[in-house]
Design a protein around this ligand. Structure first.
Ligand code: MN
Length: 233
């Protein structure tokens, strides 16, 4: 291959416990997937059709070992950076038109993630009916913890998800409150595009999103996955 410049190395999650790497292919995120969060964003929750947006693998800050604290840089072009604690699902197998009942077999594992959002810019983009990309997909906008194989966790269809800012509880919910379950999300996405091994899904955030400023630390917990600590600098 005669490349004009060196291709960047793949961006990877670290798989527990051996530390094998999971190369990230694409990142799909669902919007408004918890009823109370949809309401806090001023939207009546509904189940007619899920909507998705993407983040680039380049937006990921990955944890290399369990309990390693992460830092992310405060982005330009916002004065209202928001946290959204989310369960991240990693696909080990791709496919098209996957039935919900078949979706589980496509899951490799789970991680704790944050869908960092420029909320002020997002509001402006919504108002103008422009795409959300610059509100969602920017440097360090997707910190993600280590990857736990489904072989060790089992299927995660329930479990507490919480987020604290400097030790004070801000977000609290349960995975079972998702409007579109993980299996339904995989099925719906696979009707739109061909899913592939390495794809990640951000599965939505419970109510309580809010602002984070420099030097604050976010602690996210999802019951069987432990805890992820992220400091904004
Ligand atoms: Mn989100």
């Amino acid at each position: 291959m005669n490349l004009l410049f060196p291709a960047p190395p793949p961006i990877c999650l670290t798989i527990l416990p051996e530390g094998t790497l999971f190369p990230i292919r694409r990142i799909f995120c669902i919007g408004r997937n918890y009823e109370e969060h949809a309401r806090e964003m001023g939207v009546v929750p509904e189940r007619t059709m899920p909507f998705f947006f993407q983040k680039s693998p380049e937006s990921v800050v990955a944890q290399h070992r369990l309990d390693e604290p992460l830092t992310i840089r405060y982005p330009p072009a916002t004065t209202d950076l928001h946290y959204e604690a989310e369960l991240v699902v990693a696909l080990g197998q791709g496919g098209q038109n996957i039935a919900p009942a078949q979706a589980l077999a496509h899951i490799f594992g789970y991680a704790i993630g944050l869908d960092m959002t420029r909320r002020d810019l997002q509001a402006l983009l919504k108002e103008r009916r422009w795409p959300w990309d610059m509100a969602k997909n920017f440097t360090d906008s997707a910190p993600i913890g280590v990857l736990h194989p489904i072989a060790t966790t089992g299927e995660l269809d329930h479990g507490r998800i919480t987020l604290d800012v400097n030790g004070s509880r801000k977000q609290q919910g349960d995975i079972q409150q998702m409007i579109w379950s993980v299996n339904e999300m995989i099925a719906e996405l696979s009707r739109m595009i061909a899913l592939a091994p390495g794809d990640l899904l951000f599965t939505g955030t419970p109510a309580g999103v809010g602002r984070v400023t420099r030097q604050e630390t976010l602690q996210i917990q999802i019951e069987p996955l432990g805890r992820l600590e992220v400091t904004v600098v």
